[in-house]
Design a protein. Structure first.
Length: 223
């Protein structure tokens, strides 16, 4: 945040979500939709407010960051004039980790030896940025529901989404299991997080939905 926007944001205020809810089934459905699941830290500036969040994200397969794997990490920067820039390299392993530690120690040593007038302002001296509430962000969304294979279930779910101003872009229903549950995947057009969460509460209460739904936010252009 300091480097990108020149101001400080408390890490405690940034929305974070881990990967424990992601299953191989969601990774497979992502591939079918031409998306790859990545754990991303996302920061965007909107009219003086910063959108900052960390969570699993589906990104289009053609994006460079979707191809980052193994011990490699990447940072993608989008500038007004320079457009896309990606910094890419090893982020794990004994030598890359050791190199990063030594670089930090050398940087601390340089800062101690530098004249005070040449030091960068401490982050606590910079004005705090206003953080955009998580429920006011907009995104594309991926849902996976485990729902009973019976008539009317899809119309129930799509009806709830429609009442909350959420438009369906794509849907996959796989398999038949009379009397049992089958996966139902829905990809939305751009929607408001607040509306998504309200719809999710209603859908979870349906007797036809037999497991906790999976929600993954998506990056990329409208389908």
């Amino acid at each position: 945040m300091n480097l990108a926007f020149g101001a400080h944001i408390s890490l405690d205020n940034i929305y974070t979500q881990g990967i424990t809810s992601i299953s191989p089934l969601d990774i497979d459905f992502g591939k079918e939709l031409n998306y790859t699941v990545k754990l991303l830290a996302i920061a965007k500036m909107h009219n003086g407010q910063v959108e900052a969040r960390v969570h699993p994200t589906m990104v289009p397969d053609e994006y460079a960051i979707a191809k980052v794997g193994g011990v490699y990490n990447a940072i993608q920067i989008v500038g007004d004039a320079c457009q896309d820039i990606m910094l890419y390299g090893r982020g794990a392993g004994s030598m890359p980790t050791g190199s990063a530690v030594v670089a930090d120690i050398m940087d601390i040593g340089r800062q101690i030896l530098m004249e005070p007038s040449r030091k960068l302002p401490a982050s606590e001296d910079r004005p705090a940025l206003r953080l955009q509430p998580m429920d006011s962000i907009t995104s594309l969304y991926y849902f996976r529901f485990m729902a009973l294979d019976q008539p009317g279930v899809l119309s129930q779910i799509s009806g709830i989404l429609g009442r909350h101003r959420i438009s369906i872009a794509q849907m996959i229903q796989r398999g038949r299991k009379k009397g049992g549950s089958v996966p139902l995947v829905i990809m939305t057009h751009t929607a408001l997080e607040r509306d998504i969460q309200k719809a999710l509460i209603e859908i979870k209460s349906l007797e036809s939905v037999t497991e906790e739904p999976v929600l993954i936010r998506m990056e990329g252009e409208e389908p």
